[in-house]
Design a binder for this molecule. Structure first.
Ligand code: MRU
Length: 346
């Protein structure tokens, strides 16, 4: 089947698949305006840690391409404004800041004219995209080592092609295992309130013929207590040097249950998701619009209007509950401080 790339650079514009419309419709949106890319990230038309990093890099490329600046300093100023705007779209996934830092470093060089700088910016954005697809395939190969024929793997949210430049991280491992001939099955949690599991993960797996069963988030304890799950593999929005895994809200609950039932819990994430700098207490957990909880997908009201709501988009799983972090460079295991630092710097 043709590879799915949810965000792409078309030479003079950015195109993405609007993940808010999946599974009902495959709507593609194109723009030449970086502000529209920023809005797409905020609205979650584009979502998932690596995908928002790639989209932001393409946004910077648009800012460079369509800036009216006549000299290099003016162009650098316009690019810096785009970097700043795009950095305010979502606070938790570190890939966004990682990608914007890489784009910002391009500005540190000297350029003889604006065209040379434009070319360098676009080249870096395309490189970030291409590297992400390669890295995800490598995560798949590395992760496949821990998958046994017949495994049933529980995953949460969507860490698939739709969350990356292509192939996926947690779903990359699942894809690699399936492609290598292992007869695996997947249990996908629906992932309230935005339903990335029910809408996106199920859609991706059904498209590829990988057996998937959907459960609601509150069924995880039941399926584990019945011995229906051998492994948990989720993605990550940020992995700290200590091994804390910041991922979609509900991940921590799953990790606690996995620990209670002796099911190994893994996170699959590229090295670009590892944040060696930020201490756990400084991680900003995005709080989203309360209506995501009060209503189903912005429509049906399922509670009393205006009831106070908590809507953190992510939670933090402590390292003691994590069996391993599957990266493109190998699997980091405890003590994470040592193994992750080695993988990142190695
Ligand atoms: O709010 P989202 O949909 O952007 O959250 C996505 C997740 O939590 C994913 O699990 C994570 O970004 C890993 S994607 C490879």
């Amino acid at each position: 089947m043709t590879e799915l790339h949810p965000v792409e650079w078309l030479g003079d514009k950015v195109r993405w698949i609007n993940t808010l419309k999946i599974p009902w419709e495959e709507e593609y949106i194109e723009t030449k305006d970086y502000e529209r890319v920023a809005i797409a990230i905020e609205r979650m038309e584009i979502r998932g840690a690596p995908a928002i990093g790639v989209a932001a890099a393409f946004g910077v490329a648009l800012a460079a391409l369509y800036s009216g600046a006549r000299d290099v300093e003016g162009l650098k100023g316009d690019i810096r404004r785009a970097l700043e705007r795009l950095s305010r779209t979502r606070p938790t996934a570190v890939n966004l800041f990682w990608a914007l830092n890489r784009m910002g470093r391009v500005l540190e060089e000297d350029y003889s004219d604006t065209e040379e700088l434009r070319r360098a910016i676009i080249k870096e954005a395309v490189r970030i995209f291409e590297e992400d697809v390669k890295v995800n395939k490598a995560i798949g190969r590395v992760g496949n080592e821990i998958i046994e024929d017949g495994d049933t793997i529980l995953t949460h949210c969507n860490a698939g092609a739709l969350a990356t430049a292509g192939y996926g991280t947690a779903l990359g491992v699942i894809r690699a295992a399936w492609e290598s001939g292992k007869k695996i099955k997947v249990i996908a949690t629906e992932t309230r309130p935005v339903l990335q599991g029910a809408r996106l993960t199920v859609w991706e797996l059904v498209k590829e013929g990988i057996p998937v069963t959907l459960i609601t988030d509150n069924m995880v304890g039941y399926v584990m207590s019945k011995g229906l799950v051998n492994k948990v593999i989720v993605g990550a929005d940020r992995v700290l040097r200590t091994g804390h895994v910041i991922n979609k809200i509900g991940t921590y609950t799953i990790a606690v249950l996995a620990n209670r039932h002796g099911v190994p819990f893994y996170s699959a994430a590229p090295i670009s998701t590892v944040d060696l700098e930020t201490p756990v207490e400084k991680v900003v957990i995005e709080e989203r619009n309360p209506d995501e909880v009060r209503r189903v997908l912005g429509k049906l009201l399922i509670t009393v209007p205006d009831v106070p709501v908590l809507n953190p988009a992510f939670d933090i799983t402590p390292p003691e509950l994590v069996e391993g972090i599957i990266t493109e460079k190998g699997i980091a295991r405890k003590p994470f401080e040592e193994t992750l630092t080695k993988l990142v710097k190695g």
